[in-house]
Design a protein around this ligand. Structure first.
Ligand code: NAD
Ligand code: UD1
Length: 335
């Protein structure tokens, strides 16, 4: 198949390109590089020893998108393009609604015109808000605590409405838990601009000497050691989940909403300990106040992904730390 990958130059996009190409698919990348670089796609070409078609463009630009569909025979779309910084979304909500929500509406309109109705969408565990119970099952109530999360919720609802209006649409809404790590080659990985918002890239930057120490946000949560618990998932496992979802929607009608997580939660201190063991580096840290908007614990019940997609996350925390550290060491200043 030929798959259009919006946001394909980004962290999860590049890892998914590798798995798509290794499974024999053709890919077309559409990205405006607002949070990435074409160099990342060149690394994908290096891993796969194949050229990738890259188109620089914005998902809000209807004409540019239409051009993609008229000049390529696209079978399905994996839609990663979006802004994802929670703090920025609070400061600039309209930017997030325009880019993420409007951009997705434009993409779907152009897809419909082109007769392409197979779509895999990057949603997030953030749509569960602060869950009442754990592990998190897909039919739990959803709620968002910030504009970024609301864009994911609104897009999910918009895509469900779209499918109700035209049942030829087949859509997978993939709710990612916390992707970390990197491709084992060390050629692609997470490349945050500026100070990392997320735990894992902050740890690797402390380990490489780019930052002095880690602030652990809160030591008084209702968790075994008081620090926040999350379901970290190896980005290659996550990428493979997209392949399974793609195959599934080719022969299943409707909208499939599914968690992609391991089912296992780890605390911040457990993450630090495992990273120290794997890397042989010490991570200096201090416990500080909670980060506003954070929750105590979040981890998936991944059974539906196993039943519906035949997908299970294979990698453990050590492999995630090993591969993420390998990427950071090989690329101390990113791409
Ligand atoms: P990323 O920023 O690395 O990748 C997103 C890509 O989309 C970037 O290459 C960026 O340049 C591109 N992009 C953004 N707006 C665009 C636009 N208007 N037109 C064209 N390209 C545009 O982020 P990622 O971590 O790879 O995340 C991919 C998707 O998964 C996002 O939608 C994100 O919200 C979602 N997600 C990520 C996580 C995570 O922890 N990384 C968790 C849950 C969901
Ligand atoms: C964050 C986002 C969430 C997004 C998810 C995956 C916020 C409030 N939430 O969630 O919307 O879906 O990333 O991209 O930004 N931590 C530290 N020190 C740090 C960084 C994080 O102690 O410097 C802690 C956090 O308090 C949390 C854990 O590490 O307990 C994981 O944090 P992070 O990687 O930011 O992910 P989430 O909080 O799950």
């Amino acid at each position: 198949m030929t798959i259009l990958v919006t946001g394909g130059a980004g962290y999860i996009g590049t890892h998914t390109l590798v798995e798509l190409m290794q499974a024999g698919h053709q890919v077309v990348v559409f990205d405006n590089f607002c949070n990435s670089t074409p160099a990342a796609v060149l690394r994908v070409e290096q891993i796969c020893a194949r050229k990738v078609k890259i188109i620089q463009g914005d998902i809000c630009d209807r004409q540019a998108l239409t051009q993609v569909f008229t000049s390529h025979q696209i079978d399905a779309v994996i839609h990663f393009a979006g802004l994802k910084a929670v703090g920025e979304s609070v400061a600039k909500p309209l930017l997030y609604y325009r880019n993420n929500v409007s951009g997705t509406a434009t993409l779907c309109e152009v897809m419909a015109e082109a007769g392409v109705t197979r779509l895999v969408f990057s949603s997030s565990a953030t749509v569960y808000g602060d869950p009442q119970h754990l592990p998190i099952v897909e039919d739990f109530a959803t709620c968002a605590t910030n504009p970024y999360g609301r864009t994911k919720l609104f897009i999910e609802e918009m895509l469900r409405d779209l499918q109700r209006s035209d049942t030829s649409w087949r859509i997978a809404l993939l709710r990612y838990f916390n992707p970390i790590g990197a491709h084992p080659s060390g050629l692609i990985g997470e490349n945050p601009a500026g100070i990392p918002n997320n735990l894992f890239p902050f740890i690797t930057q402390v380990a490489i000497g780019k930052r002095e120490s880690l602030s652990v946000f809160g030591g008084d949560y209702q968790t075994p050691d008081g620090t926040g618990v999350r379901d970290y998932i190896h980005v290659v496992d996550l990428a493979l989940g997209h392949l399974c979802a793609l195959e599934r929607i080719m022969d299943k009608e409707g909208v499939l909403t599914v968690n992609l997580g391991t089912g296992q939660g780890y605390s911040v201190l457990e993450m630090i300990n495992t990273f120290e063991q794997v890397s042989g580096r010490t991570i200096p840290y201090q416990i500080v106040d909670r980060r506003p908007g954070d929750i105590a614990s979040c981890y998936a019940d991944p059974s539906l992904a196993r039943h519906e997609l035949g997908w299970v996350a294979e990698c453990g925390l050590k492999e995630m730390c090993r591969d993420g550290w390998n990427w950071q060491q090989q690329n101390p200043t990113g791409y």
